[in-house]
Design a protein around this ligand. Sequence first.
Ligand code: ATP
Length: 594
Amino acid sequence: MDQENLPLPPDADADAWRQRLVSYYQQNAPTKVKMVNSSMMSKYEGRYSALYANLIKKYGPPGAPIAQPVSAAAPSSGKKSVADFAPEFQALIAKATPSLPPRTTTTVVTDKAGDATNGLETSTFTVCARVRPLLGDEVGGAGENFAAVVAGPRIPGDGGAKAYTEQMLLCAPKVGITGKPKIEQAEFNYDYVFGADSENEEIYALTCKPLLERALNGQVGVVFAYGQTGSGKTHTMNGLMDGLIDSELFSPATEVTFSYLEILGDDIGDCLEGVGGQAKPGVKIGEMLDGSIGTRGLSTKTCANPGELRALVEKAKASRSTAATSRNDTSSRSHGAGIITCKDLATGIEGKLYVIDLAGSERAADSKNHDAKRMAETKLINASLSALKECIRARTMASQPGQGGIHVPYRRSKLTLLMKDVFDIGCTRLCSTVVMTACSPLALDVAHTGNTLKYSAPLRVALRRGTGAKLQRDKLDPALWSVAETLAYLTEAHPNLPDPETFLGGLPGVHLCALPEKEFYTRAAAVGAPVEVAKEVYLGVWTHISDAKTRKRRPNGSIITPEEEEQDRLRLIREKEEKAAIWAEREKHMRSEF
Ligand SMILES: Nc1ncnc2c1ncn2[C@@H]1O[C@H](COP(=O)(O)OP(=O)(O)OP(=O)(O)O)[C@@H](O)[C@H]1O
């Protein structure tokens, strides 16, 4: 064996591994040498030998490359294909790409959380898309390796019902029947769109920082990345995690803990207790008697400072299951969920942040070379992604008037069960979710990227400011109470609260509902009420919020009262009995005719 291919010692450092990987790619996949970058080195820190083994599986032993399947087959008929017109398409796409003005809105996540015109929305979604840059041999590459997905216009809102929107443009290259190149452009609306030149720091500030603020207030923040394999999900999630580590998460008033699990179907592993690059299996996720989500067999580590959290995140990354797939040499083959809890040491109330890196979806063409194990993996990944899609769709629909009876099937997969706070209409904490749609820029991938965008764009519910008048006002919804109505409620429903006026401090219902649990405790203590009373008031308010969220409405927004519901039920019974009597009568006549 050549000197350069001899096994590296177990304690070889990152530089030695970088040289080894470069030398390996030069021998077996020379066009991919540029893939050995700082992002790859950090993703695989601590488990370079696993990466090397994955590459050997895909590209063969050093110096003996295995031929790779060709992804875009050249046409045999002599008819011109997209690849033949690459420069023309690039010119057309450059013409369609707008130059972007600076953003006018940078507070979408917080604005959504506070959008209470139609009653308080307990779970809000901010839906974003990011397209990664061209990488390695894609740059100036041949065939359909040019960028056909670009950040489109930013459309300012009017401060009223019309929402602020950013667009992702999908420019599908087509060769017309006349043999001329043309692009079919489709626009997809998002809250934020991040182009190929966007940086993780900017994305953190706009999307993840507001979630952290929410978690520090005892509430729940969730961010997850969805998209095709190799589209940049892990790159983005790692960037957001780095942002969180260096944030205001740590303070003497807060205790921070961290857990990391990986999910593949019903198999759940603890990545902080992993050995030999593999997560420790046997973690269970389930619902507790009080409806909260509990885990068994999952370790939770306390971290006193950013350095400790960073070390745990690196350890978790080192245990995640990865493989070299046809589209990504460093593909994650499981869903990875980092859970950060921040406990207020004064009140004991805990906020939570979930940072979820989903496994990538694959095109049928990309999975055709998989072995049976990888095929089974792909099936499990796709099943849980489809459960996630259904849950988000049902949950956003359930927020619309007249849709109270919608079922959100979050128990269908372990992934959605873990995210119960996002989907449960009766949850007792506010929850903000950021969906990050990761897109490949390649023309080769436009069909798959189109599906990804079609999946995620409709999840966005635009801010509905100014449209509240269309709904019949729900007198029992605390989020709609005036200061006087809120005070009347506290006085009547909570006689044990000594001084409701001071407790309320002049807040209208919507502001009372948005207070974190710990603030109820602080306010109760200030008026001399015990913790039990604070808890009773908090749960009382939240019972009203949940009832208001599930109140039955007609599609026109009017409320169906319990009395009307009862009348409807009795009417249906009466109609059924009348029909049965008519049928009995007919049958009697039919019998007598024979
Ligand atoms: N915005 C970006 N800037 C620079 N490099 C990027 C960016 N996004 C992704 N990459 C690079 O692209 C490659 C694939 O990205 P990544 O592993 O994050 O994809 P993924 O969507 O997580 O894939 P999979 O689902 O297969 O795990 C990596 O080498 C990564 O470093």
